[in-house]
Design a protein around this ligand. Structure first.
Ligand SMILES: [Zn+2]
Length: 299
């Protein structure tokens, strides 16, 4: 599967989700090897949380304020299952551990350090990052291969901000209240990573990850992500460096097409960041670049 957009088309395919892949089978193993005994409740097995997937969709149709943290995490678990149903985790356990450590370190400096933060590298050559409510963040292997540590920290901080600010949760709620997916019968699809997931949640997730968030949410995540990366000790210019890379990416390059189509133009994001950052964070710059293979080998 070369085109990242097809990742999401595959997510809609129940047969694809039901298919057990070897990488999925490794998912539980990878999670067990992660530091801090990171576990995704209900993702590795059909736990009690998976039983109320229909309720979750109904909950989304009400106000975001009525969704408490356990429900928010359950919604995120279902969306994580949508993503993992279409693309497996990369089998490199050392890389998964490193990205989890990095992400968890950054999340500790966020406004919601207590969430069960979980980070994963998807086995996909595209250049993409995804977040889901409750603390789930995924980056593609293609992205990890083309950035250094400070740049990855900037991307993770951007995604972490989407979670802490509940951007996806609000977008999902708006879509659910607009009637999207109500035409679907309340059937549940069984998949091998998430227990059960409702057809409505699958449709919502597919729609959200292919259409993207509001531009205002993206700009806010850029601004707050830069500050968060700096608080966690990373060069705040990591994210702007990634945006420079995106700015020069050919729009018809399929590896970048989903990222480019779901985000405001990189030039515009850079301009907004320049206004927000000024030279306030310049004292935090100038750290030597560390490559990710170097860092993974150091462990
Ligand atoms: Zn974003």
């Amino acid at each position: 599967m070369k085109n990242p957009a097809s990742l999401l088309q595959a997510a809609a395919c129940a047969a694809c989700i039901a298919l057990a892949s070897p990488a999925h089978a490794q998912f539980g193993n990878i999670l067990r090897q992660l530091p801090g005994n990171i576990a995704i409740p209900g993702v590795t097995s059909a736990g009690p949380a998976a039983a109320n997937s229909g309720d979750v969709y109904q909950l989304l149709q009400q106000s975001v304020e009525s969704i408490d943290e356990p429900k928010e995490i359950e919604i995120g678990r279902q969306l994580a299952a949508v993503l993992l149903g279409s693309k497996p985790l990369h089998p490199d356990a050392a890389l998964q551990r490193y990205v989890n450590r990095l992400g968890r370190w950054i999340s500790l400096h966020s406004d919601r350090p207590q969430l069960p933060w979980t980070f994963g590298v998807l086995d996909d050559p595209g250049f993409n990052a995804f977040a889901a409510p409750g603390g789930y963040v995924f980056v593609t292997k293609g992205l990890v291969d083309s950035v250094d540590e400070a740049e990855l920290a900037g991307i993770l901080a951007h995604e972490i901000t989407h979670v802490t600010e509940k951007h996806h949760l609000r977008a999902l709620s708006a879509k659910a209240r607009s009637g999207l997916a109500t035409q679907l019968i309340a059937s549940q699809l069984r998949n091998n990573v998430g227990g059960v997931i409702s057809a409505q949640m699958l449709a919502l997730g597919k729609n959200l990850y292919s259409s993207g968030l509001d531009q205002a949410d993206e700009f806010a995540s850029d601004r707050q992500g830069v500050a968060l990366a700096a608080r966690a000790g990373f060069d705040p210019y990591g994210l702007p460096a990634v945006l420079q890379q995106l700015r020069t990416a050919a729009p018809d390059n399929p590896l970048f097409s989903l990222t480019l189509s779901t985000h405001p133009p990189a030039q515009q994001r850079l301009e907004q960041l320049e206004v927000a950052m000024g030279n306030r964070l310049d004292a935090h710059t100038g750290k030597p670049s560390v490559t990710i293979p170097q860092r993974v080998r150091m462990r």
